[in-house]
Design a protein around this ligand. Sequence first.
Ligand SMILES: [Zn+2]
Length: 404
Amino acid sequence: MPDSLFILVKAEGTSRKIAVTDKGKLLEYYVENGDESTLVNAIFVGRVENVSPGVKAAFVHIGQPLNGFLPLTEMESFQTAEGEKPLVSGEEIIVQVKKDARDQKGAFLTRDIALPGQYIIYMPFNRYVGVSKRVTEECQRERLTELGRELADGTCGLIMRAGAMDARRDEMAEELAGLASQWEKMQQKAVHLKAPATLYREPSALTALVRDYAPRYELSVTVNNAVNRMPSPEIGLLWGQVSDIELDAAWRSSTVDQQLADALGRRLELNNGGTLVIDEREALTTVDVNSGKYIGEKNSDLALTQNLTACAEIARQLRLRNIGGIILIDFIDMRTDAERAQVTSLLIAQLSHDRGKTVVHGFTKLGLLEMTRKRTGTTLREALQTPCNVCHGTGYRPIKSTSK
Ligand SMILES: [Zn+2]
């Protein structure tokens, strides 16, 4: 019996709030407003505005306020398969967004198209065959690599996703054929379009959730009447349509709003008396694990226990807050490498439920655990809050003078 995920979808006007929960814990939260959501994976017919050999990139107009940034050199396998074709200004090319625009930098683009399915990611231009990092068993990785090579048959690149582990070969072959024909149609369409034009947009957050989680979980989705843009309910997907009032009641009993408030705060209480302090900064995020009590030399077993207890909550908070980039975790000091290894492996296990890609690098010389999480879309804070115009993000404001 697979684990279950409960998804609540609350539609109001043109916006939709999506809460993903498991056993009462809020795991992910999304707000979709019309078409403001992420452009990651979107494919455009773009126009090369200028080629800058200095930064080894071309700037491509894709119909967005900022021109996209396209590196001139792509992945080796792409270059081998496609050869070196110099880009020229005014040229119309098909590009895909890898990272959203942020901080005055345009979207990061690639010509090495990748179309994600449930089991595989199809890459028409390169010849690389790989397996998702989420598949950790060596024998599974070998089996999937072999299968991927057979399916790709030297005609395309493929990444075997974690969902491929339980899929049948014919299901994967069918998906590959579907993605290849989707790409074929996009290319035909591109011929008749004038740049800049959109060829493909990622499905809605809900469709993507269903696509990513249906192979691994039993999904139960509850929506209110107002929802119309829906993925077609699939087999194994429990679909419930309820009234606005019933949805509000489910929303309240899942304490979604309270859990969101906690995820927007700095300090979080853990069940065992400890606390987590999470600071999201531009360059990196820090997580500080504190014990509620004084931990002396004698009961440093307590340090290990507290750190182990914190792992699940750290993993959940990073996922819920959708924090990307570098993350440094300051665990309570431990005595031995064996203890540090125990904490590291538990954290990795907890992070494995996250569909965001994470890499744990280990402890730094100063004893901080260093990890990264891939940026996708907006963080929870960006989705729900705007910067404070009093302190401009510092958290401080001038002392009011009391003297006359
Ligand atoms: Zn402020």
